[in-house]
Design a protein around this ligand. Structure first.
Ligand code: NAD
Ligand code: DAU
Length: 353
């Protein structure tokens, strides 16, 4: 890939997207980075306030479901690469309202694929469509085993089914039309700027406010946690060195039962807030389980590690501590994102649970 490129990053105002944009802006000053985002409840331009004046950054408010808006974007810029992160991303919301997941995650992806195909006109040299996906497309593991790139798809929630569908479409466009594409499937991310509907920031916010910390079912479900900047580093590597047509799994090799994770978080919060050891744990409240709750995810990322030398950096406790420190130092960010509709969302999701 040459040094001057125009790169479209979709969903750049969201959690992972904002870390990817920051990394690309800093690492590739010769690139023009275009962030296209609808700014849903999860999109927040404050996430990018430190870099948004940069010469090599542009923001475009675009709904990827809007075909005309997407084609207008591709007429305005001549993209060499696309890193597609825009999505509806919260499993619980996909259970209470699946339609939006079908629109954004499936139709939105097709609109981008069609626009790229049309814009590139079969001259694919130096072009790449990079689709960011999730380990949830593989379904749920029992106590043993890990997801590899060869694991068969078996999505179980409307969210994961919509992501699986978009992965299939990206592969089909690669196979049928020859569009150069790569896909990565990543495990659970955590870190600064995550919207507090997801487990870790929701628990941090509740502990900070002395509110109950809802743990679904018995808290025995297992997730493989990865620090968000490690995911951004993997995306950077795959965008530049991934082989088109390939898939790469990304994971933290860091499995935690939800209840053990929450207890560790409580311990860190007690320390950071100057509370007595054990105070925050008293907030743990077991609530009705998520319907169809996947038991366990675990990613084998040896392909990425071997081919590109990637590895996750902070150990989990260190990463969690950094995350807690960020939320406590950025209370204004947190207050801003939980003003507005958050309370309504919280009540509809958790009251009576
Ligand atoms: P997020 O919900 O924090 O951000 C999503 C972003 O997409 C927001 O800025 C939102 O405004 C934007 N968006 C939503 N609908 C849009 C539309 N119709 N048009 C344009 N923009 C739209 O999500 P995230 O956690 O940062 O996840 C980013 C991507 O990574 C998603 O594709 C998700 O499936 C994938 N992923 C997430 C995780 C995780 O743990 N969070 C793990 C693996 C993969
Ligand atoms: O695995 C990757 C996926 O990880 C991403 O594709 C998704 O976008 C991302 O949201 C995440 O999905 P999960 O459903 O695993 O994340 P969530 O933070 O919602 O939940 C993590 C675990 O914690 C899960 O087992 C459900 C449980 N949970 C969650 C919440 C919000 C609770 O026990 N209580 C809660 O209040």
């Amino acid at each position: 890939m040459n040094s001057k490129k125009t790169v479209l990053i979709t969903g750049g105002a969201g959690f992972i997207g904002s870390h990817v944009i920051r990394r690309f802006i800093k690492n590739y000053p010769d690139y023009l980075i275009v962030n296209a985002d609808k700014l849903t409840y999860a999109g927040n331009l404050e996430n990018l306030s430190d870099i948004d004046k940069n010469k090599n950054y542009r923001f475009e408010r675009v709904d990827i479901v809007d075909k005309i808006a997407v084609s207008g974007l591709f007429q305005k810029y001549s993209f060499d690469g696309i890193v597609h992160l825009a999505a509806e991303s919260h499993v619980d919301r996909s259970i209470t309202g699946p339609d939006e997941f079908v629109f954004t995650n499936i139709i939105g992806t097709v609109n981008l694929l069609n626009a790229a195909l049309n814009s590139w006109q079969k001259i694919f040299e130096g072009k790449l469509f990079y689709h960011i996906s999730t380990d949830e497309v593989f379904g749920s593991l029992g106590r043993e085993g890990m997801f590899t790139e060869k694991t068969a798809y078996d999505p179980k929630s409307p969210y994961s089914a919509s992501k699986a569908s978009s992965d299939h479409l990206v592969r089909a466009y690669n196979h049928t039309f020859g569009i150069p594409a790569v896909i990565s499937n990543c495990s659970n991310n955590y870190g600064p700027n995550q919207f507090p509907e997801k487990l870790i920031p929701l628990a941090i916010n509740n502990i900070r406010n002395n509110k109950p910390v809802p743990v679904y079912g018995k808290g025995e479900n297992i997730r493989d946690w990865l620090y968000v900047e490690d995911h951004a580093a993997a995306i950077d590597l795959i965008f530049h060195r991934g082989k088109q047509g390939e898939t790469y799994n990304i994971g933290g090799n860091n499995e935690w039962k939800n209840i053990d994770l929450i207890k560790l978080l409580c311990k860190i919060m007690d320390r950071k807030l100057g509370r007595n050891p054990g105070d925050s744990e008293k907030l743990i409240t077991y609530v009705k389980d998520r319907p169809g709750h996947d038991l366990r995810y675990a990613i084998d990322s040896s392909k990425l590690q071997k081919e590109m030398g990637w590895k996750p950096i902070p150990d989990f406790e260190e990463g969690l501590e950094k995350t807690v420190e960020w939320y406590l130092a950025n209370e204004k960010w947190l207050e801003n994102v939980i003003s507005g509709d958050y309370e309504k969302y919280y009540d509809s999701m958790y009251s009576g649970r």
